[in-house]
Design a protein. Structure first.
Length: 212
């Protein structure tokens, strides 16, 4: 878990590869169901096309379907779930239903300051043609404003504009902080400094895992 721009998606992918366990992103699951035009995918598309958030009961159904697959037997990494307090109950019930036992859930919170969030997201640019992402300070395109891969313009996403970033941060903490409070009381929360080099962040997460 972590605020927008914290790099939690990057860490999820890196550690998934390192530990040879699947990374499960709620957003990717919803997009996959929509792309495959499954029954639930058609429901999701209607909801998203209406500009509404996908309700918890639909997210739970998609998550339960994914966690029934055999590749998770040695563990898995969740990205984007549980997003708020009611989804903790959903996760526990899914694990009991699928595995007939309550499993350990460990939470790694990649922590960065609001100032760092604004810096990272404010300098992010995206090619809407091929999907490649750039950062003006850390990974700029070779030719200013032009994608290296396809030659189309790179632009700032609407949700990366200053006012939108402030709203995203506010909404994130409103939903996320109660989740952190819950796992903190269970001694299952690990705080990770996300303002370090990417590899150092990864090593800190792995070190905590080794020490358990």
């Amino acid at each position: 878990m972590g605020p927008p721009g914290s790099g939690k998606g990057t860490q999820t992918d890196m550690i998934s590869e390192r530990l040879k366990i699947p990374a499960i992103s709620v957003g990717e699951l919803l997009r996959l169901e929509t792309k495959n035009k499954t029954k639930i995918g058609k429901t999701i598309k209607k909801i998203m096309d209406s500009g509404l958030l996908v309700p918890d009961k639909v997210v739970r159904e998609v998550m339960e379907k994914r966690l029934k697959k055999s590749d998770i037997k040695n563990g898995f990494i969740l990205d984007g779930f549980p997003r708020h307090r009611p989804q903790i109950k959903d996760l526990k019930e899914i694990l009991i239903k699928v595995h007939e036992a309550e499993k350990d859930v460990l939470v790694f919170y990649v922590q960065i300051s609001p100032q760092e969030v604004r810096s990272r997201l404010g300098k992010r640019r995206v090619c809407f043609n091929c999907g490649r992402t750039y950062h003006l300070a850390l990974n700029p395109p070779k030719k200013k404003g032009i994608c290296d891969d396809c030659g189309h313009p790179v632009e700032r996403r609407k949700d990366d504009e200053p006012a939108a970033i402030s709203r995203r941060l506010s909404n994130f903490h409103k939903e996320n902080d109660p989740v952190l409070d819950y796992f903190s009381t269970k001694n299952r929360l690990f705080w990770i400094n996300g303002e370090q080099d990417i590899k150092k962040v990864q090593e800190d997460i792995l070190e905590d895992l080794r020490n358990l």
